[in-house]
Write a protein that binds this ligand. Structure first.
Ligand SMILES: Cc1cc2nc3c(=O)[nH]c(=O)nc-3n(C[C@H](O)[C@H](O)[C@H](O)COP(=O)(O)OP(=O)(O)OC[C@H]3O[C@@H](n4cnc5c(N)ncnc54)[C@H](O)[C@@H]3O)c2cc1C
Length: 406
């Protein structure tokens, strides 16, 4: 392997960490430089809304590698060093400290929470959740007698609500749609999550919008369009993320809802790749481009990008996967319904007791599958996503999942 080559990674998150790990595992002996704008070495974000937010997980447990790993593996990790410019003609990245030449470049800049202007301009206590410091700040607002309002009933909002309730905090979740998680799960399964949170004492306000956020001393007053006013020690906004692709776009790299890459994670400019939350990648099995904002995707795309930076031709064809933990409900979801939607959801097991599997179908094809608290079923759920099944056998809970092929 050419020792004189230098591979540069912009962004020091999970995708970056897995990419550089793979470069070294594959025997790349050249220079590896990683730029991160945060002051932390790469870390996992899922604990920030779960174990770390609840206080059970130590800070040390969230990092992908121990600090010495970077030194031992010859990875030049430059933290607190935002890349300000990418020059694809000159093959350079620029920071406040100067320029760095690259032979291959990986954009792994992740995503940033969407801002809610009405909340930001209010002067009221408002938080978003992406980084360790955000999780610390939200955790500090938890406790008996404390009150938080969560705007947005998506994954982050619901996980924050669960952690806050477990700490005795009064929680209201405000969701514009009729159910939380409605877009991703559909009503059949979204209802289960709504029931779970209400049972645990969350004041779940659905089908309603925020009319205004105002400052009330050192607290917030959130006015909804139904006229009600919610007092809060902290407002947590979880209304989705946007990909950090401005840098790439300014460098002339093709961008459309993230950095556009082919199935090999190659961007529109020579020797530039993208992976993780920022990559809008062509998926050869689904036949469309997909930007996935999940942990598993960051890991696996990081690895595949690294192989392809070394000259490989590995197509990224893994189905999207994600997990959540809320109270005592753990779930894993594989696949995705896509823009054409589904025509049937098959639920098997005990939805009341929250030990069940769910499958989203279009005709005989299983578009997506999940399990809740049914860990033994996880592999079988994954195995039938993307296949065709006999719907009546799938609907019949007495037929084992391995016998539903159609
Ligand atoms: C609170 C939380 C909980 C989550 N829980 C789950 C979960 O339960 N299950 C699941 O599947 N997924 C979950 N996710 C999603 C998962 O964490 C992300 O998909 C994953 O972190 C994406 O990794 P990444 O490396 O692409 O981006 P990131 O982790 O965002 O890393 C990108 C890094 O690049 C930095 N950067 C950006 N621009 C520049 C620049 N110009 N120069 C230098 N550095 C730059 C960013 O600041 C960031 O540090 C969660 C996310 C959050 C925030």
């Amino acid at each position: 392997m050419n020792r004189t080559q230098t591979f540069v990674v912009v962004g020091a998150g999970l995708a970056a960490a897995k990419a550089v790990e793979e470069l070294r595992a594959a025997g790349f002996a050249g220079g590896v430089v990683v730029y991160g704008d945060e002051r932390h070495r790469p870390y996992e974000r899922p604990p920030l809304s779960k174990g770390y937010l609840k206080g059970g997980d130590e800070l040390g447990s969230v990092f992908v590698h121990p600090p010495e790993w970077y030194r031992d593996n010859g990875v030049d990790l430059r933290l607190g060093a935002p890349v300000l410019e990418v020059d694809t003609e000159g093959r350079l990245v620029r920071t406040a400290d100067g320029a760095q030449r690259y032979d291959r470049l990986l954009i792994a800049t992740g995503a940033t929470p969407r801002r809610l202007a009405a909340a930001d301009s209010s002067g009221a206590p408002v938080a978003y959740l992406r980084a360790i410091e955000d999780s610390d700040r939200i955790k500090a607002a938890f406790g008996e007698g404390q009150r938080i309002v969560v705007l947005g009933g998506g994954w982050i909002g619901l996980e924050v609500a669960a952690a806050a309730r477990e700490a005795g905090t009064e929680v209201t979740v405000v969701e514009v749609l009729e159910l939380p998680l409605l877009r991703v799960l559909g009503p059949e399964v979204a209802r289960v999550f709504a029931g779970l949170h209400r049972e645990r004492g969350v004041d779940l306000r659905t089908g309603t919008r925020v009319a205004s956020v105002e400052r009330d001393g050192d607290r917030a007053a959130v006015r909804l369009d139904d006229g009600s006013v919610l007092a809060a020690d902290l407002v947590v906004v979880g209304v989705g993320v946007r990909p950090n692709s401005d840098l790439a776009e300014a460098g002339g790299i093709g961008v459309d809802n993230g950095v556009v890459v082919d199935e090999f994670l190659r961007a529109s400019r020579p020797d530039v790749f993208a992976a993780g939350d920022v990559a809008n990648a062509y998926h050869p099995v689904l036949g469309r481009r997909l930007r996935v904002e999940h942990w598993d995707n960051a890991i696996e795309q990081g690895r595949v990008a690294a192989r392809n930076m070394l000259g490989g031709e590995l197509g990224y064809d893994r189905l999207p996967y994600f997990f959540t933990d809320q109270y005592d409900l753990g779930m894993e979801y594989v696949g995705g319904v896509g823009p054409e939607g589904y025509d049937e959801v098959v639920l098997r097991g005990d939805t009341e007791g929250r030990v069940f599997t769910a499958f989203w179908l279009r005709g005989r094809r299983v578009l997506a599958g999940m399990h809740a608290n049914d860990w033994d079923a996880a592999d079988r759920v994954r195995a039938i996503v993307g296949t065709e099944v006999d719907q009546s056998r799938l609907r019949d809970g007495s037929v084992p999942l391995e016998d539903v092929a159609g």
